[in-house]
Design a protein around this ligand. Structure first.
Ligand SMILES: [Fe+2]
Length: 241
């Protein structure tokens, strides 16, 4: 089924490519979109992250940790460079292709993994939103699983080999109606790594089984996350509806 675009922001890449990207995301649970940020932007965002990471202030709302990895939170309040990304046409067009018109920005952070640091536990985010009973093996592949909120992952460093700690996911597992199990295999699909270059963007459905592989290299890994929700969902779950 083709995506009906409701985009009101004109991306710098062809509409056809945007539609195909959304189709891949809905079907596989993940898609890579190369070359969204320029190298100088990426370098500036990394430098700003380092300012906070190298002198962490426990009292600051911008300082937190996930496992042993530093997480810079509320980035959009730190610097106009971060803020500008939340309304950038390419980013908004990607969000609209998945969520529909007028997606609501709701969070932004940067995960900074030094050597050995990662969120390595296989999981899906928050809760299993669409559980199935044991006698129903999976959701029908002809369905499109609903996505009410999403994370746009922006690589701020090259993550192009396993030792750099890529995101890993099990394709189509958002159709399983189940949490990840020991086998980490769903209908012939095993874990795959998302290899990317700094400035690339990728989307992972938070209901697919996923994790961050450990960073086993000397290269610091930087991953920015920009989250959007359908407007009704943002208002409802923030309690402002
Ligand atoms: Fe996650």
């Amino acid at each position: 089924m083709p995506v009906t675009s409701t985009a009101t922001h004109t991306p710098s890449f062809p509409q056809q490519a945007l539609s195909e990207m959304a189709e891949t995301f809905f079907r596989e649970g993940c898609v890579l979109i190369p070359n969204i940020l320029a190298p100088d932007e990426v370098a500036a965002l990394r430098a700003k992250t380092d300012e906070y990471a190298l002198k962490p202030d426990p009292a600051s709302k911008h300082t937190s940790f996930a496992g042993n990895a530093f997480v810079l939170r509320y980035c959009h309040e730190i610097d106009p460079l971060f803020q500008a990304l939340t309304t950038r046409p390419d980013i908004l067009a990607i969000a609209e292709a998945v969520l529909g018109a007028n997606p609501q920005f709701n969070a932004m952070n940067v995960i900074r993994n030094g050597p050995g640091q990662a969120i390595t536990r296989w999981h899906l985010d928050d809760v299993l939103e669409f559980p199935l009973p044991a006698e129903i093996p999976r959701f029908d592949a002809r369905m499109r699983m609903p996505v009410f909120w999403m994370t746009i992952q922006v690589a701020l460093s090259d993550i192009d080999q396993l030792e750099h700690g890529p995101t890993q996911y099990v394709p189509t597992s958002h159709y399983s109606g189940r949490k990840p199990s020991e086998s980490l295999e769903f209908e012939g699909h095993g874990p795959q790594s998302v290899f990317c270059k700094a400035g690339d963007v990728y989307l992972t459905n938070h209901q697919t089984w996923h994790r961050g592989a450990p960073n086993l290299s000397e290269r610091v890994r930087y991953l920015m996350q920009i989250q959007y929700a359908q407007r009704w969902a943002d208002r409802r779950f923030r309690g402002v509806a």
